[in-house]
Design a protein around this ligand. Structure first.
Ligand code: NAP
Length: 459
């Protein structure tokens, strides 16, 4: 029997476990899927926006995988970190370990004022409305009238959409109570989504972009003159010596063109305004009274090779709330090699490289392997490649004898894993909490609440 630990129960971890079961070369495989949290599904639970119910429902297919009898969910077990299990110890328990730990932190913006009160990473905001138990309960007061979201990727679109929605539009979701309460008192009127390059270089996908236009009480504002600064805007189909733009970019430009042609909102329009801005590079966050009061942007222009150059002009945008949505970044896991330039673990087809050489028995998949790119489905092929490497190594790996009962060993080491039954208790407690509030399931936002619920102590 081949015993494999997968560290991380997000999509890349679950797809790795699934690939291990689906391959036929090594029929007898047992997989333990470990997670630091007592809850499974990683970013599907704590990253996908609550109003993206269709993507959230992916949890059902991840659940089906985790309920296979050859897989055991082992929550509340940290690998790495100050108190966590070291990779060396984990290796004692399993023939192979696959790290699917994602990209847990944010890329810094690297401009003065970034850490002013009122300036947050988008991850902090996402974690808050997703009820991640590491989030401070009352971080977001939303007294702001104007918010700036830096970056034009899908995370920027997610956080802008949540800011622009009314709380009543989110009541049917699993948003935690405190976040819903705060969002219902939000005074935000203007949400500026700002890209440092042009619309043809924005990273959002068209479906997500269109959704902004479909919000019931928000007006999209796009300045046609700003779009026209992008040479690709005028000629999306390309021209002599210029290839056509990728389909997703052409579709994005069409959507933006439509919004730019709309009449601007008038003072009588009561909804929130989402302003999509381009060619503005954040230079500095401005401060008043010890808090963020705005963002100073350097006006940029295309440099002819996909980048931008500063023009020397500046524009200040008022903002009492700034969300920095400039991408995620992998974190080093103590005991595993790390490539700081890319925020990933060095690997060859998923095999961890130690000193440039493949380390048999240690693998990576997902964002910690390839960086924070792609959609959830991209993790399937990524996991498959890693599992193919692992299975190729299996004859060598299976020669080493490992314990038949890793869970007992974890308990002996002082850990208190939450298994699948514990997670099902959390689910029941969240359903009961929702019922008591006249809502569907509502997430429990704190460690104590989750662990009590996992042990059946939620009252
Ligand atoms: P992303 O797609 O990499 O976008 C990051 C954005 O930040 C880009 O517009 C980038 O501009 C900008 N940026 C980076 N550094 C900057 C700086 N110093 N100053 C100003 N702007 C800067 O990252 P993401 O939005 O975090 O998304 C991560 C991944 O998750 C993506 O693959 C995304 O599609 C996925 N995701 C998908 C969904 C969905 O499908 N609904 C939802 C959320 C996330 P440049 O291009 O100029 O670098």
């Amino acid at each position: 029997m081949l015993r494999v630990a997968v560290v991380g129960s997000g999509p890349s971890g679950v797809y790795t476990a699934q690939s291990l079961l689906q391959q036929s070369l090594v029929p007898d495989v047992r997989v333990h899927v470990l997670d630091r949290l007592p809850t499974p599904y990683g970013l599907v639970r704590y990253g996908v926006a609550p109003d993206h119910e269709k993507i959230k429902s992916l949890q059902n297919s991840l659940r089906a995988v985790l309920e296979d009898e050859r897989i055991t969910f082992v929550g509340h077990v940290e690998v790495g970190g100050a108190e966590g299990l070291s990779p060396a110890r984990l290796k004692e328990l399993y023939h192979a370990v696959v790290y699917c730990v994602g990209a847990a932190t944010d890329r810094p913006l690297g401009v003065p004022g970034e850490d002013l009160p009122g300036s947050f990473s988008a991850t902090e905001f996402v974690s808050w409305y997703s009820a991640h138990p590491d989030t401070a309960a009352d971080g977001f007061a939303l007294r702001a009238r104007s918010a700036v979201v830096v970056g034009v990727g899908n995370v920027a679109v997610d956080v802008a959409r949540i800011l622009a929605r009314g709380a009543d539009e989110l009541r049917s979701t699993d948003v935690p109570r405190a976040a819903l309460h705060t969002l219902s008192g939000s005074r935000v009127r203007d949400v500026h989504i700002v890209g440092r390059r042009g619309p043809s270089q924005a990273r959002f996908t068209t479906k997500e972009l269109r959704e902004l236009g479909a919000l019931p009480r928000a007006h999209l504002v796009v300045d046609p003159a700003e779009l026209a600064l992008d040479p690709a805007y005028a000629a999306p189909a390309g021209g002599p010596g210029t290839p056509p733009l990728p389909a997703v970019v052409r579709r994005n430009l069409e959507v933006l063109r439509g919004w730019a042609a709309d009449p601007p909102p008038t003072a009588a329009d009561r909804g929130r305004r989402i302003r999509l801005r381009f060619f503005l590079r954040p230079a500095e966050l401005l401060e008043r009274g010890g808090r963020v009061a705005g963002v100073r942007f350097a006006r940029t222009a295309p440099d002819g090779s996909g980048g931008v150059r500063d023009t020397g002009a500046y524009e200040d945008i008022e903002a009492q709330l700034v969300l920095r949505a400039v991408g995620y970044r992998g974190m080093p896991l103590p005991g595993l090699p790390f490539d700081p330039a890319h925020g990933t673990v060095p690997h060859l087809a998923g095999r961890v490289l130690r000193g440039g050489e493949p380390a048999p028995g240690e693998y990576v998949a997902g964002w910690i392997k390839r960086g924070p790119t792609g959609v959830i489905g991209s993790n399937r092929s990524c996991a498959k490649e890693t599992v193919a490497s692992l299975i190729e190594d299996a004859p060598l790996l299976a020669r080493r004898s490992v314990t038949a009962d890793p869970l007992s060993a974890l308990r002996e080491w002082g850990l208190r894993p939450v298994e699948w039954d514990g997670w099902l208790s959390i689910e029941r407690a969240e359903a009961a909490l929702g019922r008591s509030l006249g809502r569907g399931p509502v997430k429990i936002p704190d460690w104590a609440g989750l662990l009590d619920a996992a042990r059946g102590d939620s009252g």
